[in-house]
Design a protein around this ligand. Structure first.
Ligand code: PBG
Length: 338
């Protein structure tokens, strides 16, 4: 081929992109993103009773555990190098009320779980959701007044919930309710109660998503949303600029880390958040994303392990510091074996 003044430098055949891809060692040399167990936060579902790990039919491979089984599960995660776990309670329906008072009972299921884990594994970080939906007979993340989720009244309840969780030993408070002003209010409530070391990971850009379906089965909060849908507080999946405003507000109110949720359908949001703010940024690879891979693999439509690792590295590529994922233990085990 003769080179003319308009021939781009590096064009074929001088540049052959496949050279670097030829051998495994070479592919490893040029790999831009690496997964590590440090990237994972493992969500755990907790239920009352003893000695029971109950299957969740819409999340094959995930269970609801009684508190006495938590220490072993968290010990396994710790052994694999996973730094932290997130606790989600399935509350006895008899304890659910319109005001969700159980959320700030210092002996509730979440607080029991926190104490049990901290006793057994003090060096593992504990993340707890702050939102009323597991405790609310109306199924909403906030308190319903006249058919509408009331913002400011809900915030008072969220502050109480955050405080009992931190007092029980929770390290990272993760408000997932999407009320306006809740991060600032929770920060102040923690700071004025001597809990200024508690971190806040805000679910800053949380979209109103169909991908939460299996989670709502897992904590038994599906089916009875009173009054309105979650569209009045969770974000419209069509919006991007609005997500940046949400993140900016939560950072201004004192969030130490921010989260985008769901994960896979919102990689563009993660990218823009990380580019714009440069703060610790997390994704929640949610229950529906987990179920998609599991059910596709059960139908022999995909290679489960490869699809899982490809999914997880996409979060790193998009700019995440870490990801909440039900795959955490499977993926960490795989990384350990390599
Ligand atoms: C509730 C909450 C939800 C999830 C985490 N916290 C569901 C919802 O907002 O309805 C979803 C997690 C998942 O789907 O894995 N505040």
């Amino acid at each position: 081929m003769t080179r003319g003044p308009t021939t781009p430098i590096g064009a074929y055949p001088q540049t052959r992109m496949r050279r670097n891809r030829r051998y495994d060692w070479s592919r490893r040399m040029v790999r831009e993103n690496q997964l590590s167990p440090d990237d994972f936060i493992w969500p755990l579902f907790v239920r009352d009773g003893t000695g029971t790990a109950e299957d969740i039919p819409t999340m094959p491979g995930v269970v609801r555990r009684t508190v006495d089984l938590l220490a072993d599960a968290v010990g396994e995660a710790k052994g694999l190098g996973i730094p932290s776990v997130a606790i989600f309670p399935a509350i006895d329906p008899d304890l659910k009320t319109p005001m969700a008072e159980e959320a700030w009972n210092p002996d509730n299921l979440v607080c029991q779980a926190i104490r049990t884990i901290k006793d057994a594994h003090p060096e593992v970080g504990i993340v707890c959701d702050v939102a009323l939906d597991p405790f609310n007979s109306d199924g909403h993340d906030g308190i319903v007044r006249d058919g509408h989720v009331a913002n400011d009244e809900t915030i008072e309840a969220l502050c109480r919930q955050a405080l009992v969780q931190v007092e029980a030993g929770c390290d990272i408070i993760a408000p997932s309710d999407m009320m306006d002003g809740r991060v600032g209010a929770i920060r102040e409530a923690l700071d004025t109660s001597g809990c200024e070391q508690a971190q806040i990971m805000s679910y800053a850009a949380k979209f109103s998503s169909a991908f939460y379906g299996p989670f709502r089965d897992a904590i038994d909060s599906s089916g009875f949303l009173a009054g309105e849908t979650k569209d009045t507080y969770q974000m419209d999946p069509a919006n991007t600029d609005e997500a940046l405003r949400e993140v900016a507000l939560d950072i201004a109110e004192g969030a130490d880390m921010v989260m985008v949720k769901p994960g896979l359908p919102y990689l563009d949001i993660i990218w823009r958040v990380k580019e714009r703010f440069g703060v610790p940024t997390f994704a929640y690879n949610v229950s529906g994303e987990y179920a998609m891979l599991r059910f596709a693999a059960e139908a022999d439509a995909i290679d489960f392990t490869k699809a899982m690792m490809e999914t997880l590295v996409s979060f790193k590529r998009a700019g995440c510091n870490g990801v909440l994922t039900y795959f955490a233990v499977d993926a960490a085990r795989l990384l350990g074996d390599q």
